[in-house]
Design a protein around this ligand. Structure first.
Ligand code: MTE
Length: 324
């Protein structure tokens, strides 16, 4: 599927590509040889690469150019946790269910319906929606309302690029997103866990904020099914439930959409869901967060998840405790 931009190694004939396990063993062998030759010959980059590799970040997959969040690179959560600890109730409610149950989900071919208050509605093939020349890698903090957090190198396009091509009319005040409904491939949708399909929404100014991203990849690879293949939203200043997965519909609407978690438990989850250490969940404190994978490590939660400078102006004058 040609969603992500061409990688430098795409032109190398597959016969010439060293299988990954052979490549890694060869590096170990070279490492041993260097050791035998004397410690003085070890280059710091080689050590850094070895540490990254142990952390699960294989060098060829590390994004080459990170347009935002480069300073977070050393804190990036390991691939195995990003892809092994998930919330995607369409595949089950246990954190390991999505990785276990999403194997037969078909993310291609994929099209997205754009509808409502816009000048260019229609059904768009994913390849036409996500233009390779616009794809960026950005490392963002990600904070779940349940208090666990991650740092993730996402790959995608600014949502505002897609919105500007759809050309919303003056009546459009909100953007509503909908996840695919495929109970035959998504076992959770056969049970009344949530009202399906999953729905989320943003105010138009939030959706066109530079940080809002339509994501097609993580760690330089296409999104795994459990992370919302082939297309999901990422709004890093909001709790994770706003980052809707496997999107098939984007609608421009006048009224504030009723998002799934607000519909389920309006006393616990609202529409805005901005990360805020001072507004507790009715059942737990939001003052601190636990970066995956350790349940014992914790850090202070930051207002707007650390992105106040880029997004705070959108909420000037709003009572953040009331509009949670
Ligand atoms: N999107 C859909 N369609 N279904 C879901 O259950 N869970 C949300 C969000 N998007 C969810 C969803 C929640 S609660 C979180 S925290 C994030 O996805 C988790 O994203 P991750 O599994 O990639 O970490």
């Amino acid at each position: 599927m040609l969603i992500n931009p061409k990688k430098p190694w795409d032109d190398i004939p597959s016969s010439e590509i060293t299988p990954e396990d052979v490549y890694l063993n060869r590096r170990e062998f070279l490492g041993a040889a260097v050791g035998a030759a004397g410690l003085a010959t070890i280059r710091p980059e080689a050590v850094a690469a070895a540490i990254r590799r142990r952390a699960g970040l294989q060098d060829p997959e590390v994004p080459a150019i990170v347009s935002m969040g480069e300073e977070l690179r050393d804190d990036a959560t390991e691939w195995r946790h990003v892809t092994g600890h998930n919330n995607f109730y369409e595949f089950g409610t246990d954190k390991r269910d999505p990785a276990r149950n999403a194997g037969s989900f078909q993310p291609a071919p994929w099209s997205v319906r754009i509808e409502g208050e816009c000048e260019n509605p229609g059904d768009y093939a994913l390849e036409d929606l996500i233009r390779p020349g616009e794809v960026e890698d950005r490392i963002y903090r990600f904070r779940c309302v349940e208090t666990w957090s991650m740092v993730v190198p996402w790959r995608g396009v600014p949502l505002r690029n897609v919105i500007s091509r759809a050309a919303p009319t003056n009546n459009a005040r909100y953007v509503r997103f909908e996840t695919v409904f495929r109970p035959e491939e998504m076992p959770g949708q056969n049970a009344p866990i949530l009202p399906w399909p999953y729905v989320e929404g943003l105010r138009l100014d939030e959706a066109t904020n530079l940080l809002a991203m339509l994501v097609t990849g993580v760690y330089g690879r296409d999104l795994p099914n459990q992370n919302g293949a082939p297309l999901r939203l990422i709004v890093p200043w909001k709790y994770g439930f706003k980052s809707i997965k496997s999107i098939v519909k984007i609608s421009f609407v006048e009224e504030m959409p009723l998002n799934t978690w607000q519909e389920m438990q309006p006393n616990e989850y609202g529409f805005f869901a901005n990360v805020n250490p001072e507004v507790d969940h009715p059942r737990w404190s939001q003052a601190r967060e636990k970066p995956l994978p350790s349940p014992f490590r914790s850090r202070d939660t930051e207002l707007f998840n650390g992105y106040a400078e880029q997004v705070g102006h959108m909420y000037a004058g709003m009572d953040l405790a009331r509009w949670y």
